[in-house]
Write a protein of this length. Sequence first.
Length: 474
Amino acid sequence: MDIRKRRVVFFCLLLLTLKHCFAFYREPETEAAELEESASSGSDTSRRVFIAGGQTLLSNFVLMSFNTVINNLTGTFPWATPSLDSMIENLTHPWKWDTDGFLVNQMGHPYQGGTYFTAGRVNAFGFYQSLFFSTFGSLTWEAFFERQRSSINDVWTTVPGAASMGEILYRLYAQAINAGVPPAFAFFVNPMAGFHRLVTGWEPPDYGISLYRFRTGLGVSHAHSRSSSDSRERLRPFEGPVFDAALSVIYGNPFAQESRVPFNHFDLALAFGLNPGNYMDFRIFTDGYLFSFMPLYSDRNKMSTGLSLHLDAVSLGRPEGIYAATINMYSNALNWTLKYQHEFAGGSNVQVKFHAGFTFFGASRFYCPHSLSDYNNFGGGLNGKLFLNLNHRRLGSLEMSVFGYTMWSYPVASAIARGTVFWLFNDIAYLFPITNRMSLGLAHSFALERGVFDNIPDIEKTNRAARVFMAWNF
């Protein structure tokens, strides 16, 4: 058997093995899992695998068609027109580590994987079982839906990132439908879930979990972004106004949380800022319990702790094209988490959240003056995230956070090797209540990225911003 046939057989066996592996796993016997089981009563596993797999492939066809239309109109997506030759090449040649735009690789792929993951969830598969569809969707996309050589790092970004992104959007869609949000609006929260509901009449399960917080904000910042290096090429500073928006969602009570069902509690923080053509700020920070328990619970003190999955990504500063900026950070991590709240008399409280653990797949992006090219740099490392909130009923809230990440490069993952990247993010905000729902806020943020490598000059990048904003709590 020649090498081409062996690799095709290996690819098919891998998909078949993944299909059967998840059939042996059963979600914990909990009320939430039983709701999902009841939703699929009368449906055998093979039929649901077929439907979810078909929806996964449909998602790939839709995205490929969109990319093809854009390429036909602008000529900017030549990789969007796969051919039989490109498919055979992807099945018979080694896959590569690509250097596509940071936003596409590190933010677009987890969202794309979330649609595959949702295809499993809406067909009554559990959290871990739905990872099969993320894997199936990512492998088939890389092999059959792009002309360019398949990418190893795209799979590594898509599959674990889909677990966080897919489960969060799946649960938010279910929450929206059960809260009476019109389906047309809920569709934009999770298009795959909305499509499945439209076609099949499926109704999402009611998990009986309320939103602890849902906050949106609009504001304006004055930002200052700069880089310093032994090489002065392409290190362009920025200083000026930025218009921004933010969303913060806390699903379930963070401090009274005891569960073996993944993401019965999660935090989602999303922010976007823009000065067209001059500055961009895109941030997403998430954490979701995989399991948790409560070592402390009383009227005044509540504490939860457990293992959590994190998807964090940042791209901020002067744009480098439309797909990256000055500071670029990505971390997919497993952390041990502790969340504690102490209640004072009169309704005030202090809240502490702490995460620490291992980033199993991270990414940065640097300009290499030797080759005059930008490179995505991949690795793993350690991270820690600390939140401290002081809340007073009349005086408002003081919210502080410090995040630190250290990443060591995987030697074979990019042209920038044998290096270390360090990030520090610090935010402090004060919110003064104007009404029960509306607050006026002041905030300051600081971001630092430092890269030390053997084969390019050391680079340090910083970003500072002062912000005034209005926040609405729902």
